[in-house]
Design a protein around this ligand. Structure first.
Ligand SMILES: Nc1ncnc2c1ncn2[C@@H]1O[C@H](COP(=O)(O)OP(=O)(O)OP(=O)(O)O)[C@@H](O)[C@H]1O
Ligand SMILES: [Mg+2]
Length: 246
């Protein structure tokens, strides 16, 4: 079953009278419980696409249909997004930021259990009482990630969430995403400009260029993937060639 179907989606922005075509006739189906990577160069429309999917931006043309499980009214509840930058609330601690979307209609112990599960997973337990100004950029990004995971939406949109992390934490969290995906039956759409990361994570890699989809490439490798395997390298070169030839 499809979690969402995007049809003929276009988005134009107007920058001081100049028209910028951020998305141009995008068509894409996302299966429920699938992990899709979207890869493309800076400015190709990745963030714009995610913002339209979660309703933060309105398309110029086209439509997005959510599958039966997600009605339009539920979109805010069912679709969560992790932005490129952390967007934490500076007056709340790490723990409070992560608990923020949870506090309504839940008892204290349950909130504590959920928040601490992700504090632990993301290696943030010892910084739970720190304020955003007191932690590093990569840690702040992990808090933002934790906040979305606590919220537990069915569809998780991630906009280059690991861009600010060092290579070790990056690989660790990539593997955590795979675990979260496999254990919780989530639909994940993961945006990155890193071709290797896209292949390491996605069951399908969507190559986006200048607002249009260049190709959709299925990745048949099982998790966890070996970036040095022949098939991995073949996929990487195929995608690189596509992006270099435009
Ligand atoms: N609010 C806005 N107003 C005007 N133009 C915008 C706006 N948001 C995005 N754009 C334009 O749309 C195009 C796509 O931007 P977008 O942020 O989607 O790119 P991106 O693929 O996410 O890039 P990056 O990898 O650098 O984050 C760019 O040309 C950008 O200038
Ligand atoms: Mg972006």
């Amino acid at each position: 079953m499809e979690a969402l179907i995007i049809r003929n989606l276009s988005k134009n922005f107007n920058i001081k009278g100049r028209e910028v075509k951020a998305l141009n006739n995008v068509n894409l189906s996302i299966k429920e419980g699938s992990f899709t990577s979207i890869v493309g160069k800076s400015g190709c429309g990745k963030t714009t696409l995610l913002k339209i999917i979660c309703g933060l931006e309105q398309q110029t043309e086209g439509e997005i249909n959510f599958g039966q499980t997600i009605r339009e009214l539920d979109r805010a509840k069912r679709v969560g997004i992790v932005f490129q930058e952390p967007r934490l609330m500076p007056w709340l601690t790490v723990e409070q930021n992560m608990a923020f979307p949870l506090t309504k209609n839940r008892d204290k112990e349950e909130v504590y259990y959920i928040v601490h599960k992700y504090l632990d997973m993301l290696g943030l337990e010892s910084f739970k009482d720190a304020y955003p100004a007191q932690i590093s950029g990569g840690m702040a990004q992990r808090v933002a990630l934790g906040r979305t995971l606590c919220y537990d939406p069915e569809v998780i949109l991630m906009d280059e969430p690991l861009g600010a992390l060092d290579a070790f934490n990056r690989r660790k969290l990539q593997n955590e995403f795979i675990n979260i995906f496999r254990e919780n039956n989530k639909t994940i759409i993961f945006v990155t400009h890193d071709v290797e990361e896209a292949i390491y994570l996605g069951q399908k890699v969507v190559v986006l260029d200048k607002g249009s989809i260049l190709s959709e490439i299925p990745v048949s490798l099982g998790y966890y993937r070996d970036a040095a395997s022949l098939e991995f390298i073949r996929l990487r070169e195929q995608i690189m060639d596509q992006l270099l030839s435009t």
